[in-house]
Design a protein. Structure first.
Length: 218
């Protein structure tokens, strides 16, 4: 079944945790492919080459997911990172935690807490976005129809991306296929059949936690 919605990181964040002089630096990233993930990991290993561990977890989709403890005791690092991403319902997301060893062993409980907290902090400082499948369509209608079309869109929570005021009004919208059918019928009725409707191409769309409209191809 084709994916119809997902939640991901739009803009990555950073987290920090310290215990017994060990420092844990957390980072999150939006990723589309495993190749992109490997490049980000390679860059992190170069940048933090003096760190003791570079652990990570990522979810591209339901079948492409992976984690690494990078030498930490099994189940204390990478698995904690991955499970937190899954708990938050995230896909197309990579989280990395870099550890600088402070000279004192933390034990499995301490490591689990450190890797979980630094990842959680990085996610809390990230901009997330819930993406839905749909389309970016446009409706061109006369000025008498414009107000009614806007009220219809507001009533259904349809996102108006852009409005052009020329001889007629052209409204560009991001909406689900269900809303697209409803809007097409409403626009035809409101304009007495004179509205020009461009169904547009399928895409994913959503608003990030910072309010930015995000549009990506399917």
């Amino acid at each position: 079944m084709a994916e119809t919605a997902y939640t991901t990181v739009h803009k990555g964040g950073e987290g920090y945790y310290e215990e017994k002089k060990s420092r844990f630096l957390g980072f999150t990233y939006h990723v589309e492919t495993e190749e992109e993930t490997e490049q980000i990991l390679a860059d992190a290993r170069r940048r933090y080459r003096d760190a003791r561990h570079v652990c990570y977890g990522y979810v591209i989709d339901g079948t492409r997911l992976r984690f690494s403890d990078d030498g930490e005791p099994a189940g204390t690092a990478g698995r904690q990172i991955l499970e937190l991403l899954q708990k938050e319902g995230l896909t197309k997301t990579l989280a990395i935690v870099v550890r600088y060893f402070g000279g004192t062993l933390l034990g499995t409980a301490g490591l689990t807490r450190a890797y979980t907290q630094s990842t959680a902090d990085a996610l809390a400082n990230s901009s997330l976005v819930h993406m839905r499948s749909g389309r970016q369509m446009s409706v061109t209608a006369d000025y008498n129809s414009y107000g009614k079309l806007v009220r219809f869109c507001e009533g259904r929570g349809i996102i108006i991306d852009d409005t052009e005021f020329l001889d007629n009004v052209k409204i560009t919208l991001c909406l689900t296929d269900e809303d697209a059918k409803a809007l097409s019928a409403a626009a035809t009725e409101i304009s007495c059949g004179s509205a020009l409707i461009d169904a547009g191409e399928p895409l994913f769309f959503g608003r990030s936690s910072s309010g930015e409209l995000i549009v990506t191809s399917i």
